[in-house]
Design a protein around this ligand. Structure first.
Ligand code: AFP
Length: 299
């Protein structure tokens, strides 16, 4: 990132600093009474966990320190936040502070997802993203960062020195894989097309099921090993469950940068023009072979 503007490097530093704080809190949350809910629901009607609130506050407080950021959009905030004091900031940061919150109480992997855009592009297609990434808090805390000029690179947090260290990259997603991830409890609400696709994955394509309940972990497995993750529309969530701006778009950007693909049930995720900040989308993401089978690229 040496050639990037100093403001961009400062922004990434603030994001990774917030992630280090979240990583530290996650390690001791069970000892400090930080597991479990707050008793509140967010704008999506989902129960807010104490760690969702903690992580959101940590991201916001750190990002407020960066004059480069003029706008924030978070899963945990009903409205976007415009920082009038940073009106000349070049960037908007859109983020999901804790992705996969239902894994928290079971001490399973969770993540933070982020997307960097120009402030004027918050409601433009995902192709306008400047960078995107995620931090996964698993056995190791890792950060995956996609910047078109550098590709997709992976950094591992070294807690004894408090730094994310370059580990490998640029990463290339395998062109096909052997696993798929979907919540098959929703099967009765899927469209015939989705059912047919999942039948193909289970049958002729002989894929194994791998589904953890945290998009970051499930996507990361596919980024490194190939395959497909899907959360299609169903009868409960006809427009899909996942959020476009801070889940679908950043992961689609990373997938495309690594040679993979991400689609809704109609088009590439990065071609969708969002109507509002908490918009949902169906998401089918992963290796080209599997995603092209679901939605041919030349359709
Ligand atoms: P949040 O914890 O940010 O709400 O994300 C959870 C999530 O959107 C995504 O991480 C999972 O893949 C998906 O929901 C799991 O949903 P189900 O519990 O319906 O399978």
């Amino acid at each position: 990132m040496a050639g990037e503007p100093v403001e961009f490097r400062a922004l990434i530093r603030q994001v990774t600093y917030a992630a280090k704080r979240v990583s530290a809190e996650l390690r001791v949350a069970g000892l400090q009474g930080m597991l479990g809910g707050t008793g509140r629901t967010n704008v999506q009607g989902e129960a807010v966990q104490q760690l969702d609130a903690y992580a959101n506050g940590t991201f916001v407080n750190n990002l407020l320190r960066s004059p480069a950021i003029s706008d924030l959009v978070s899963e945990e905030m009903a409205e976007g936040m415009h920082l009038a004091q940073h009106s000349r900031g070049k960037y908007a940061l859109l983020f999901d502070p804790i992705d996969g919150s239902s894994n928290l109480d079971a001490n399973l992997a969770v993540g933070s997802i982020f997307s960097v855009r120009a402030p004027r592009d918050v409601l433009a297609t995902g192709r306008t993203q400047i960078a995107a990434g995620y931090v996964m808090y698993g056995p190791a805390t890792i950060c995956v960062l996609a910047i078109p000029k550098y590709g997709v690179n992976l950094f591992t947090y070294e807690p004894t020195i408090g730094e994310f260290m370059f580990t490998r990259g640029p990463l290339t997603m395998p062109s096909e894989g052997r696993s798929y991830g979907v919540n098959d409890a929703n099967e009765s609400g899927w469209s015939p097309r989705v059912r047919e696709f999942v039948d193909w994955l289970r049958g002729p394509a002989a894929h194994s099921t791998r589904y953890s309940g945290a998009l970051v972990g499930d996507f990361h497995r596919i980024l490194v090993g190939g395959g497909v993750y899907l959360y299609p529309g169903d009868s409960r969530y006809p427009a899909g469950k996942l959020r476009l701006l801070y889940e679908g778009c950043p992961l689609a950007f990373i997938a495309e940068c690594a040679g993979g693909r991400a689609v809704s049930e109609e088009c590439d995720i990065l071609d969708i023009v969002p109507a509002q900040i908490h918009q949902r989308t169906p998401l089918i993401i992963g290796s080209r072979a599997e995603v092209d089978r679901f939605l041919p690229a030349d359709r």
